[in-house]
Design a protein around this ligand. Structure first.
Ligand code: AMP
Ligand code: MG
Length: 423
């Protein structure tokens, strides 16, 4: 069996890099045109261009007075207020500024020609049509020059951008009420195990309800894929192979359970029977050590780009312990779903927080332990959550991150900065 080959058990970093390398080769399949708000969370399949200059005119960023800085080299200085411009005022209607003059201006209004700065109203005092400038001011202050944010025709959002609220704002600002996005990739979710029953089946005392299919589907959705839920596969080769074949019609296959060294862990065997190529059959992590990553050659489907070419489909065999399933998805599966969804796979970045209670652990594996990040503002602190190991989903549900413990550390003292993976 492939899992017996120790050379296919990689360090966490090697396994992650390998997944990233494969993800780079994947492309999304279809496209669709959506109304802007329906596209929130989706991935652009076209670049979004500026339809005009941004800003189209020099824009005041404060309420105050547009002036010529040469007139106020020495403060206090007196200026005459000759006009007012408000947001929405037509550029043409604004008279050019003459020496010794100022124009009252509101945030968002066009700065009249001749003026080279906007004095904040707080730094002046006014009596009738005269102001006293109390503070010196440099050219350009409180003015965004025309075109500084983008020129007409510039790409403001490249194809492959996942549309978050800021991107939705950009699309709206350039008049795009509809956008072309990539179709969501179909990700098959296949849970295995004779002891597993589905949520609405009352389990007998020795049975376990299926939670993995649901956590995986939620994770797939969160990262931009569409989960295709298959029936639970028993630990029996014929039906398992049938369901694997069905799963392989999707763009990516996730199998949960059946990848450990047990007598009834048949997933790798059945994938091998489908001529699978295994890239790794384990990673030196806990939870999730028996994770499997590979691909299966598939006959070409109608949407494939290359003619006559045998396509292959990637699969993950995720350990069935529910926490292992969740963690291995976060660590390894995400880049493939992201690539199939059309985004550039995101790097995995750990943040740092101060540990509040020391940790005693064993060396040899990189550990991802459920924890609670608290504190406030710049003072992030973190503490492990008591848990009963890789089956304890309730403890993960109570956590908001994982503390990452390097494989060579046996003890980490309170007060140390430790890496955390947010969830
Ligand atoms: P396995 O990886 O198949 O050896 O499963 C490891 C553990 O995870 C066993 O205790 C299983 O009962 C449990 N398990 C496997 N699949 C699921 C599932 N779909 N939902 C909840 N628990 C599961
Ligand atoms: Mg099992």
């Amino acid at each position: 069996m492939p899992s017996a080959d120790p050379s296919l058990v990689l360090t966490f970093e090697d396994a992650r890099h390998l997944v990233e390398e494969h993800a780079k080769r994947l492309r999304p399949k279809g496209r669709e045109l959506l109304a802007l708000l329906d596209a929130s969370g989706r991935v652009l399949a076209e670049p979004i261009h500026a339809d005009r200059d941004f800003p189209p005119f020099p824009r005041a960023t404060r309420d105050g007075y547009a002036l010529r800085t040469v007139d106020v080299q020495n403060v206090p200085a007196q200026l005459e207020v000759v006009a007012e411009v408000r947001a929405g005022s037509a550029l043409e209607g604004v008279p050019p500024l003459q020496p010794g003059q100022a124009i009252a201006i509101m945030t968002g209004a066009p700065v009249p020609s001749g003026a080279d700065a906007v004095l904040m109203i707080e730094h002046s005092s006014r009596s009738q049509n005269r102001i006293e400038v109390k503070r010196s001011i440099a050219a350009g202050e409180n003015v965004v020059p025309a075109r500084a944010e983008g020129r007409r025709g510039d790409v403001l959002l490249p194809s492959g951008t996942r549309l978050d609220y800021a991107c939705i704002a950009v699309a709206a600002a350039v008049g795009r009420s509809r956008v072309v996005v990539y179709a969501k990739p179909k990700v098959a979710v296949l849970s295995t195990g004779d002891e597993i029953v589905d949520v609405d089946v009352p389990p007998n005392p020795s049975q376990i309800r299926n939670s993995n299919t649901y956590s995986l589907a939620a994770q797939v959705h969160a990262v931009g894929g569409e989960a295709v839920l298959l029936p639970i596969a028993p630990d029996e080769p014929v039906r398992l192979r049938e369901l694997l074949a069905e799963a392989l019609e999707c763009d990516l296959v996730l199998v949960a359970g059946g990848v450990s060294m047990g007598k009834y862990d048949l997933v790798e065997q059945e994938l091998a029977a489908l001529k699978a190529e295994f890239f790794f059959t384990g990673a030196k992590i806990q939870p999730g050590k028996p994770i499997v990553f590979g691909r299966v050659p598939c006959s070409r489907d109608a949407s494939a780009q290359e003619s006559d070419q045998v396509q292959s489909k990637y699969f993950f065999g995720l350990p069935g312990n529910p926490v292992s399933t969740m963690v291995t998805f976060e660590l390894f599966v995400k880049p493939l779903v992201q690539a199939l969804a059309g985004t550039h796979p995101q790097p995995l970045i750990f943040l740092s927080a101060k540990l509040t209670k020391s940790i005693q652990t064993k060396t040899g594996l990189k550990r991802f332990l459920p924890a609670q990040l608290s504190g406030e503002f710049e003072n992030a602190t973190v503490e492990l959550i008591a848990w009963q190991g890789s089956g304890d989903i309730a403890s993960v549900a109570r956590s908001n991150c994982f503390v990452v413990i390097p494989p060579d550390r046996e003890r980490i003292e309170a007060g140390e900065l430790v890496p955390v993976l947010l969830r």
